[in-house]
Ligand binder design. Structure first.
Ligand SMILES: [Zn+2]
Length: 321
């Protein structure tokens, strides 16, 4: 069972709310707490299920560079590169965004917007609930940190009641303010394994040689990175980990949209035997809805928080009325 902070309304609870119509998917952000809407199923055709889409669907590509030198000369931060990529999307059927490292492993890095949202939620939880804090120790040997980035060993609470914390190490975190940071950011890695990642390993030999080398970041890694961002700023007045953050950080309004997806929307599957089946949005539909939100409102409104508008990420509202 999920911990209270992560609870969503059940299908029955949603169905008891007042049914209203919305003009477009992005408009569900305007639903009131006591309203709900029904949307036709929109898991893309050609994928057996939501997980297959999340694994094989099209990605939004963050600009690729031929070499680390080229990335340094280009001199744009990850959030600027995401702005370019996100604001250029035409459709909404994406399973995440991806970038390529310069490290020897050459494994493509992939991040879903749902992982970014769940990571931000886990980070807020760790600050809003007593005893839930993220434990972390950063190792930044001055000389190595310049070339390879810092390492951080951390433990994050689980979202599930009674489960152990996740312990792992983040690697190649940019922490020193040198030109090479523009390349180093792409090498971000970790030794984390959790449910979602094991699923990927299990499947890679069955149906998917091509993407077997992909590093899929999950919410736990996002939460730990956000914690490191905050500590570096507050303890060392160092902005580099935030400036070089490869994870998209949501605005409060994007969080509100996500919460509406979880608590105010039911999906209607194609009728079988004349029966109308309603269910909650699956992972693929949540991801696609987030991309639609980006398409409609733009990168900055969705994933470039401003303190004057959004306040502190730690204090975001994640509780639904
Ligand atoms: Zn994980």
């Amino acid at each position: 069972m999920k911990k209270a902070f992560f609870k969503e309304a059940s299908k029955a609870q949603i169905a008891r709310k007042t049914k209203v119509k919305v003009a477009s998917l992005a408009d569900i952000v305007n639903l009131k707490a006591g309203e709900f809407t029904i949307v036709d199923a929109f898991t893309p055709e050609g994928y057996k299920d939501a997980r297959k889409f999340m694994k094989h669907g099209e990605e939004v590509r963050v600009r690729r560079f031929r070499s680390s030198g080229e990335a340094v000369r280009y001199g744009k931060t990850p959030v600027q590169l995401r702005e370019d990529a996100f604001d250029a999307i035409r459709g909404n059927e994406f399973c995440g965004y991806s970038f390529m490292p310069f490290a020897r492993d050459r494994r493509k890095r992939k991040v879903s917007l749902t992982a970014c949202l769940e990571g931000a939620r886990l980070f807020a939880y760790s600050h809003q609930v007593r005893g839930a804090g993220i434990k972390m120790k950063a190792y930044a040997d001055a000389r190595r940190a310049r070339i390879e980035g810092a390492e951080a060993v951390a433990s994050v609470p689980s979202r599930t009641e009674g489960h152990d914390r996740h312990k792992f190490k983040l690697m190649a975190v940019p922490i020193v303010d040198i030109p090479e940071k523009y390349a180093l950011a792409f090498n971000l890695g970790s030794d984390h394994a959790c449910g979602a990642k094991r699923f990927n390993i299990r499947y890679r030999y069955l149906d998917d040689k091509e993407s077997s080398g992909v590093v899929n970041f999950c919410s736990h890694e996002v939460a730990v990175y956000l914690e490191l961002v905050q500590r570096e700023w507050e303890q060392n007045k160092n902005i580099v980990p935030l400036q070089m953050c490869m994870f998209a950080i949501p605005s409060q309004r994007t969080v509100d949209f996500y919460l509406r997806l979880e608590n105010n929307v039911l999906i209607k599957d194609k009728a079988e035997k004349g029966k109308e089946a309603l269910r909650k949005p699956n992972l693929a539909e949540k991801e696609i809805a987030l991309w639609e939100f980006v398409r409609q409102y733009g990168h900055d409104a969705a994933f470039f928080p401003k303190s004057s508008r959004d306040g502190s990420l730690r204090k975001y509202r994640w509780q639904v009325e």
